[in-house]
Design a protein around this ligand. Structure first.
Ligand SMILES: C[S@@+](CC[C@H](N)C(=O)[O-])C[C@H]1O[C@@H](n2cnc3c(N)ncnc32)[C@H](O)[C@@H]1O
Length: 190
């Protein structure tokens, strides 16, 4: 959904896009392939994830195609947003960890057995920790008119919306996936 929304809004343009918690880089690579000329930067804390992200290879669909670059950063660190110049991205996307520890018991083994806990879980005491960091980074790093898109925990739609409105974004909306579950928030300044 994140990729579809960003591609439909930026088709024919070459936006600068930041993918926070990029993991294998699947969102970053998909956007780079679908939006030739787009400049993608993926950020993750995990060396293993960054190794996978930076060694993906695809045959170039277009002369304008630019391979994403990947950097190691902890997006929860206070200093994180100052790694990039202010107002340096048109789009910020993220599918961060958002599953509460208490939801682990409801999860399928095909996720639990293969995904590292670092990629999945947040404490029940602070499930919004990554969204606050994303909102703070976006407030500094998005250009005027820029757009943010985040995947969310379907049980925490209202709380996650509030994080972005509290951070000063005036245009914040919740969207359902093809199963009718609220899974995507878009945010921007009017
Ligand atoms: C749910 S996975 C998302 C992977 C990818 N974006 C996707 O959609 O498949 C979350 C990612 O967040 C990364 N992560 C966890 N804590 C982080 C932190 N403090 N700073 C940056 N990345 C972090 C994990 O290493 C993992 O790759």
């Amino acid at each position: 959904m994140i990729v579809e929304v960003i591609v439909s809004r930026f088709e024919g343009r070459g936006p600068r896009i930041l993918d926070l918690c990029t993991g294998s880089g699947c969102i970053a690579w998909s956007l780079a392939l679908e939006l030739p000329g787009a400049e993608l930067v993926g950020v993750d804390i995990s060396d293993d994830a960054l190794k996978i992200a930076s060694t993906q290879t695809f045959s170039s669909p277009s002369d304008a195609f630019l391979a994403p670059s990947f950097v190691k950063e902890d997006i929860l660190s206070d200093d994180f947003p100052s790694v990039f110049p202010p107002a340096s991205f048109d789009v910020i996307v993220s599918n961060p960890p958002y599953i509460m520890e208490s939801q682990k018991k409801d999860m399928d083994r095909n996720v639990l057995d293969f995904e590292p806990g670092l990629a999945l879980f947040v404490p029940d005491s602070d499930p919004m920790v990554f969204y606050r960091a994303i909102a703070r980074a976006a407030a500094r790093l998005l250009r005027p008119g820029g757009l943010g898109a985040v995947e969310i925990n379907e049980d925490l739609g209202r709380e996650t919306l509030s994080v972005f409105t509290d951070a000063g974004f005036t245009n914040v909306s919740l969207h359902s996936d093809f199963l009718g579950k609220p899974r995507l928030i878009l945010f921007s300044e009017e």
